[in-house]
Each structure stands twice: as structure tokens, then as C-alpha cells.
Write a protein that binds this ligand. Structure first.
Ligand code: ADP
Ligand code: MG
Length: 518
């Protein structure tokens, strides 16, 4: 212990020992993996305590940059700054003794250590010689420590990006899953994981680390998909930390958050196109299937048509025979009714496969609905269903087969009524939008799940009991709407209700397409 002696009295060998243990202390400090600035704070503390100076300054050149890190420590304060290497600071003349020792790695000067004291002649010659010896290992330790800290940051960065890649690779992961795991990769990738929180916002939806709270120490990057801002990534420090490159954040962390945002934008874009493609393919498959079934149905219908006509014709002929006893007479009646029913089905199949001749005339859709709904109103009243109609004023006329379009209305309305056995509300409305006129039929009935929705246009698909439904209603609607160059969409929620929208082209649209074809 040197307690009793003054600085000057310390013997030369004691001094050498002290420098030896200082070096040991500094090497020991280097074995704990601290963030770079925290490490500098610790080293400078050890140095100021050792030197008993009033202030020390450590200036270190940054790699590949014409800037320096400036560390100032007095007994009470620690200050870290990044300055330009040529920066000329105002001299402070409160210090009477100043020692400047260049720090070198090999032959290359990488900075300097400046020791300052208010006392005059504070440094002895022996002491200075020892400082100069000591500075060489200090330079090596510092540069090694800096490379290690940089390496650790790089590993964190790569681990984070690898984590995102892994989340994407997992088969069957949704975008939700990916964003959820990405946000949890944020804390370990930043310098102070224990105080780091992350949040990703996408189209107004948030994914955040537990207990996320916005705060002043934060870094953000926008997620820009196809030139449009869709969300952002935020990283927040819960506590104040020493300012480094961008507030308390490293330049490398700015780079990482930007890379993450770009990476996520690509993933989001890819996921969206995948979904679009799936939807398109499903639509194509559906259209394709309906077309195939249409061909099949029309084949069967034509085949059945002839024998049916024969059965009906001969049955009617036989029934006319006055000598026919009563029993066969009644049987004939049944044969005729059954054949008529079968012919009705054949007719519907032919409509579905668009094989029925049509007679299209200019029509006002509003008028057609008013006439058609007339038949349904009394039935609705009986079943406790409120019918609300709203007609778009100035609805342009369309060219349609009126009987067929009435059939569309009736089929959709009957389905709606059947879906509301306990009463409800049936809304029928017309609209005009863009190149189309549309008819919307909305009910507050049972609704449908996806499995049913996928099949409703297939001929003979029904969920109803025998006698209540043949499963041809919507097939017929589909056939009619398609043969009019229109389209049909459904929106349904189980327990809430169903909305069908039929869109038919305006006359001008048909004419302009015809003109283009010519
Ligand atoms: P059907 O009415 O003879 O069963 P459709 O082709 O008209 O045949 O309808 C097929 C199926 O679609 C119905 O059995 C029913 O399950 C479902 N569906 C159609 N319209 C509605 C609706 N408005 N609400 C609930 N389900 C409906
Ligand atoms: Mg039906």
C-alpha cells in the first residue's frame, strides 16, 4: 500500500509494479463483453483513478472514417463524442500539467491519451517513461476490443436476418407469424437487449414485444412496398443511454433496421402476390369446372329430352282414350306430371349450360323488379319477412331476356326467403357503377360457410330436404347472368346473412365492346 507516501516518494520499483497491475486490470476488464462505449467508460474510469489526474481524454480514430471518438472523463463525469479528426478544440487553461501520449498499433498512430492535472509539475520523468511503455499494450487491447465489439454487433445483425429468413422458410407460415417472430428478434439484435423493445406496424395492425411503450429514445424505419408506405419498424430504448451515432444507437443498428424494413417489404410483397395467384387460380378452376359441368349437363339434357317428349306425348295420347278404366287413367296422370317435372329440370340444365334461346330486349331493371317482386310479397308477409326495395334513380336501360332475368330475381329471392325460416329482412336494390348496372339481394338469414359457398353454383348442389330444393336455382342464375355478359358475387357470414350482387353491362358498354371487335 502506498497510502502514507507522497507521489514523489514512490519508489521506481513500486511504480513499475503499479503499472503492471494497471495493465492486468485493463486486460481483465476486456474479458467481459461490454458494448464498446460502456467498455470505454470503464477503461477511462480505471485510468483516471490510477493516474489521479483531474481529467483524462482518450481520442481514437474510427476505422475507415475521418472521424474520431473522443472520450473525456473527470472524476465526476464521462463524456463520449464523435468529432472530426482535424477538430481543433479550445484549450482549457485550468490544467497546469498536461501529458499527451500517442497511441500506436504497430507503426500506425491510432489516437492519443491525454492526462491533465490542475497541479504544476504533476508528472515525473520516471512516470512518463512508464506511461509510454504502458501505452503500447493499451493500444493493442483497445483495438482488439473494438474489433471484438464490432464482430459481436455483426453477429447479432446476421442472427437477426437469419431469424427472419428462417421464419419465412417455415412451411405454411402466414405473414402474421412472420411479423410476430421478427419483432421478437429485435431486442437481442440491439446493443442493450434488456432495455430494448420493438414494434412492427403493418396496415394499421401492430406486432410488438411484450409491454411495448413508445418513448423518446427510438429509431424507426418505414416499410415501403411498391413505392407506398405500408407500415414501420420501431426500436425503443426504455432508458437513456450514452449518445453514439444516431442518438444512443449505432450506425450499424441504423443499417440493420433499414435492412429489416426492406426485407419485410419484399416478404409482404411476395406473400401478397402468392395470395393473389391462389385466388386467381381458384377462380379459374371454378369457372373451368362450371364450364365442364355445363357441357356435361347439356349433353345429358339433350339425350333426355327426346325420350321425355315421347313419354309425355304417348302418356297424353293414352290418357285421351275414353275406354281407359279409372285406375290406369290416374296412373297416366302421374306419369304426365312426373314427365313435366323432369322436363322442367332439363330446361333448367339447358339454361345453366346456356343452350336456351334468348330474346333480349331493352329493359328497365327497376320496372322488371317491381313486376317480379309482386309475386313474392305475399309469401314474405306470411313468413314474417320484411321486404325493403330501393331503386337507383335514372338507372340506364339494359338489354336482357326479361323472362330469364325475372327467373334470376325469383331464384335469389326464394333462396333468401328459405334462409330466413324465422323471419327477417330481404333487401333488394339496384345501383349503377362504372360500366355496370347491378342488382343486390341481401338477406338476414342463416348464411353459408366457405365449404358451401364453394359449391353453390354446381348443378344439383343443395343443402335442402327433398322437395324443398333441387340444387338448380343458382346454376340457372349463373347460366343466365353469364350469357348476358354479366358477373355474380356472393358475400356471406354464417348466422348473419347473405348478399348476392349481379352485375350486368350497360348498353354503351356492350356497344363499345362490339365496336372494338369489329
Ligand atoms: P336449392 O335452393 O334448390 O338448394 P340453389 O342452387 O338455389 O339450390 O342453392 C344451392 C344452395 O346454396 C342452397 O341449398 C343453400 O344451401 C345455399 N344458398 C343459396 N342461397 C342462399 C342464401 N340466401 N342463404 C343461405 N344459403 C343459401
Ligand atoms: Mg334455390
Amino acid at each position: 500500500m502506498q497510502m502514507g507516501k507522497t507521489k514523489a516518494q514512490t519508489s521506481a520499483s513500486d511504480l513499475a509494479d503499479k503499472f503492471q497491475s494497471l495493465l492486468q486490470q485493463i486486460i481483465e476488464d476486456s474479458t467481459i463483453n461490454l458494448p464498446w462505449v460502456d467498455y470505454l467508460s470503464k477503461i477511462s474510469k480505471t485510468l483516471i483513478e490510477f493516474s489521479r489526474c483531474d481529467a483524462i481524454e482518450l481520442q481514437l480514430e474510427k476505422e475507415k472514417r475521418d472521424s474520431c471518438e473522443l472520450i473525456r472523463r473527470t472524476k465526476k463525469s464521462f463524456h463520449f463524442d464523435i468529432i472530426s479528426c482535424t477538430h481543433d478544440r479550445a484549450k482549457e487553461d485550468i490544467y497546469k500539467s498536461i501529458a499527451v501520449i500517442p497511441i500506436k498499433v504497430g507503426n500506425h498512430k491510432v489516437g492519443h491519451l491525454q492526462l491533465m492535472s490542475r497541479k504544476e509539475n504533476f508528472f515525473t520523468k520516471d512516470e512518463m517513461a512508464l506511461y509510454e511503455n504502458f501505452i503500447l499494450p493499451l493500444g493493442l487491447v483497445l483495438s482488439n476490443q473494438r474489433s471484438q465489439a464490432a464482430l459481436r454487433e455483426r453477429v447479432k445483425e446476421l442472427t437477426c436476418l437469419y431469424g427472419i429468413a428462417q421464419a419465412v422458410e417455415k412451411p405454411g407460415t402466414s405473414l402474421d407469424d412472420i411479423l410476430e417472430s421478427t419483432v421478437n428478434l429485435i431486442p437481442p439484435a440491439w446493443q442493450y437487449p434488456e432495455i430494448t423493445q420493438g414494434r412492427i406496424t403493418l396496415n394499421g395492425q401492430c406486432y410488438a414485444t411484450p409491454g411495448f411503450k413508445a418513448g423518446p429514445y427510438k429509431q424507426t424505419a418505414d416499410i415501403v412496398v411498391k413505392g407506398k408506405k405500408r407500415g414501420s419498424i420501431e426500436v425503443v430504448y426504455r432508458e437513456k443511454k450514452q449518445n453514439i451515432d444516431e442518438g444512443p444507437f449505432l450506425e450499424e443498428e441504423r443499417h440493420l433496421i433499414n435492412t429489416m424494413a426492406r426485407e419485410l417489404a419484399l416478404i409482404i410483397d411476395r406473400k401478397h402476390s402468392e395470395l393473389e395467384e391462389q385466388k386467381l387460380q381458384a377462380q379459374l378452376r371454378h369457372a373451368d369446372r362450371l364450364a365442364t359441368i355445363g357441357q356435361l349437363a347439356s349433353g345429358v339434357a339433350h339425350e333426355l329430352n327426346e325420350p321425355l317428349t315421347n313419354i309425355l306425348g304417348f302418356a297424353q295420347l293414352a290418357q285421351k282414350d275414353p275406354q281407359l278404366p279409372q285406375q290406369p287413367q290416374q296412373d297416366m296422370e302421374k306419369i304426365i306430371n312426373a314427365s313435366l317435372h323432369a322436363r322442367e329440370i332439363v330446361k333448367k340444365l339447358l339454361i345453366f349450360s346456356r343452350q336456351m334461346p334468348t330474346r333480349k330486349v331493352k329493359t328497365n331493371l327497376n320496372e322488371l323488379i317491381k313486376d317480379g317482386i309482386y309475386f313474392l310479397e305475399s309469401r314474405c308477409k306470411k313468413e314474417g319477412i320484411e321486404v325493403v326495395c330501393s331503386y337507383a334513380p335514372d338507372l340506364p336501360e339494359i338489354i336482357v331476356d326479361q323472362a330469364q332475368l325475372t327467373q334470376v330475381l325469383i331464384n335469389l329471392a326464394v333462396n333468401a326467403i328459405q334462409a330466413m325460416p324465422g323471419g327477417g329482412k330481404l333487401e333488394i336494390s339496384t345501383h349503377t357503377a362504372g360500366e355496370h348496372v347491378s342488382l343486390v339481394i341481401e338477406d338476414t338469414g342463416a348464411g353459408m360457410d366457405k365449404e358451401i359457398l364453394d359449391q353453390i353454383f354446381l348443378p344439383f348442389f343443395t343443402t335442402k330436404d327433398v322437395g324443398e330444393g333441387t340444387g338448380l336455382g343458382l346454376s340457372v342464375v349463373h347460366g343466365i347472368v353469364t350469357s348476358h355478359g354479366g358477373s355474380i358475387t356472393v358475400d356471406s357470414k354464417v348466422g348473419m346473412g347473405t348478399t348476392f350482387e349481379i352485375r350486368l353491362p350497360k348498353i354503351e358498354t356492350i356497344e363499345s365492346i362490339a365496336a372494338e371487335v369489329e
